[in-house]
Ligand binder design. Structure first.
Ligand SMILES: [Fe+2]
Length: 124
């Protein structure tokens, strides 16, 4: 669903697959948003647009989260192996390295460290 906490858009918790090599395909059906993909082996973090008629490939060993940056429900269809399973706990041990926040009315992808620095600067 659409919305924000402060300037950070609503998002899913995000997960890895319990069977780490399992990939997944997301097909956007409605709305505007992004997927954050983060390879747990390298830490490489990527934000890809997700909207109607877009397809996002999630490789194995990759944590993934969706972020709704629009003003309607973000609807998508995830296709994955029935063997994949979900591991939501892994992301409790650390958070995604990127955040997607609204700046001047537009979604902007920031490194989490940059975002934290912005918040600290705003409090001064
Ligand atoms: Fe998944």
């Amino acid at each position: 669903m659409p919305g924000k906490v402060g300037d950070e858009y609503y998002m899913t918790k995000g997960h890895l697959h319990a069977w780490r090599p399992a990939a997944e395909v997301y097909i956007g059906l409605q709305g505007q948003g992004f997927m954050l993909l983060e390879d747990e082996r390298t830490g490489k973090s990527t934000a890809l647009p997700l909207s109607a008629d877009r397809v996002v490939y999630v490789p194995g060993h990759t944590a993934h989260r969706t972020i709704n940056t629009g003003n309607e429900a973000l609807v998508y269809w995830g296709i994955l192996s029935s063997q994949a399973g979900h591991d939501y706990g892994a992301k409790d041990r650390y958070d995604f390295r990127k955040v997607i926040v609204e700046i001047d009315g537009e979604p902007v992808v920031l490194d989490r460290d940059q975002y934290v620095d912005r918040l600290k600067a705003d409090k001064r």
